[in-house]
Design a protein around this ligand. Structure first.
Ligand code: BJW
Ligand code: ZN
Length: 246
C-alpha cells in the first residue's frame, strides 16, 4: 500500500522543535459535536448572525442562552476522540507543541494537551455583561434568561462573537507561535473566520512547513505544503505513531 504521508512531512515533524496546530470544529466532529458550516452543521439550522453576535443576544437573550446551554450539555457528554488524543501524544515526541483552537468545547484540555490557546473562549465560562463578575454554575441553572445575582445584569457566555475582539494576549501568543513554528498543522477548520484564518498564512510566510488535515480542502489549502484528506480522528493517530522512535 502507498504511504499516505509524504516523506518530507515525516522528516520535518521528526526534526521539529516547535509544532503549532490550529484546530477548528472538524476535530471535534468525531466526538459527536456539530460543526458550524458543514451541511449538517450548527448553522444549517441556525443563522450565525441570529445567534453568535451581541445584537442577537440583546434582542433575545433567552434564545441565545438556551442555544449555549444545549451545546454545553452536548459537550459535557462528549469525549475527546483519537484526534484530540493524538495531539496530546505529540508532546511525547516534539519538544514544544502549541495547540491553538477556535473551539469552545474544552476537549483538547480533557485529552491532555498542555499548551492550549483558546481563541474564541469557552462554553464553561459565563460572565455578567454589566459588572463583569464570572457566573457560577448556580447562576446559569434553571430557566433562561439568567441575571447576575450581584447587579441584575445579563449573563452571557464567555465566547467571542462576530464583531468582537479576540483576547489580545492569547491572539498575540497565537501569532507568535505561528511565526516561530517549524511545522504548522491546520486541522478541521474551514479557515474562513478571521483573524484565526490568518494564522496558517502567517506560519507559511514565516517559513514553517505547513500541512492541512481536513475532509475537504479549506480556504487556506493554497498555502499548505501538504494536504491530507480525511478525518482527523483517523489521520492524526496514524501520523503521530509514525514519529515515535521504534
Ligand atoms: C473535518 C471533519 C473531520 C468536518 N476531520 N475535518 C478579515 C476579512 C474578512 C472578515 C473579517 C476579517 N477580520 C475580521 C472579520 C470579521 C469576522 C469574520 O471573520 N468574518 C468572516 C466570516 C468573513 N471576524 C470577527 O468578527 C472576529 N472578530 C474580530 O475580527 O474582531 C476585530 C474587529 C472588531 C470589530 C470590528 C471589526 C473587527 C470574531 C470572530 C468570532 C467567531 N466566533 C465563532 C463563534 C464562537 C462561539 C461559539 O462557538 O458559538 O467561532 S463563529 C464560528 O466560526 C466559531 C468557530 O470557532 C469559527 C470557525 O469555524 P470552524 O471551526 O472553522 O468550523 P467550520 O464549521 O466552519 O469548519 C469545519 C471544518 O471541519 C470544515 O472545513 C470541514 O470540512 C472539516 N471537517 N469533519 C477533519 N472528521
Ligand atoms: Zn453583574
Amino acid at each position: 500500500m502507498n504511504d499516505p504521508f509524504p516523506a518530507e512531512l515525516i522528516e520535518r515533524l521528526k526534526a521539529a522543535r516547535h509544532v503549532a496546530v490550529l484546530t477548528g470544529a472538524g476535530i471535534s466532529a468525531e466526538s459527536g459535536i456539530a460543526t458550524f458550516r458543514d451541511a449538517d452543521g450548527l448553522w444549517a439550522r441556525f443563522k450565525p448572525e441570529e445567534l453568535a453576535r451581541m445584537d442577537a443576544f440583546l434582542d433575545n437573550p433567552k434564545r441565545v442562552q438556551d442555544w449555549y446551554s444545549h451545546r454545553r450539555t452536548v459537550v459535557r457528554r462528549a469525549r475527546p476522540n483519537p484526534g484530540h488524543l493524538a495531539l496530546a501524544d505529540l508532546e511525547r515526541v516534539v519538544e514544544r507543541v502549541t495547540v491553538i483552537t477556535q473551539n469552545v468545547d474544552g476537549l483538547h484540555e480533557r485529552a491532555g494537551s498542555s499548551r492550549i490557546l483558546e481563541l474564541h473562549g469557552s462554553l464553561e465560562r459565563n460572565y455578567c455583561v454589566d459588572c463583569g463578575r464570572p457566573a457560577t454554575e448556580e447562576d446559569i441553572t434553571g430557566d433562561a434568561p439568567y441575571a447576575c445575582p450581584t447587579c441584575g445584569g445579563m449573563i452571557r457566555p464567555d465566547v467571542v462573537w462576530f464583531g468582537e475582539m479576540l483576547p489580545s494576549d492569547i491572539l498575540e501568543k497565537a501569532f507568535a507561535a505561528a511565526a516561530s513554528a517549524d511545522v504548522f498543522l491546520s486541522i478541521g477548520t474551514s479557515a474562513v473566520v478571521h483573524p484565526a484564518a490568518s494564522l496558517p498564512v502567517e506560519a507559511a510566510r514565516s517559513g514553517a512547513f505547513t500541512a492541512e488535515i481536513n475532509v475537504e480542502a479549506s480556504a487556506v489549502a493554497p498555502y499548505m505544503d501538504v494536504e491530507l484528506t480525511g478525518k482527523s480522528g483517523e489521520i492524526l493517530p496514524e501520523l503521530v505513531s509514525r514519529l515515535s522512535p521504534s
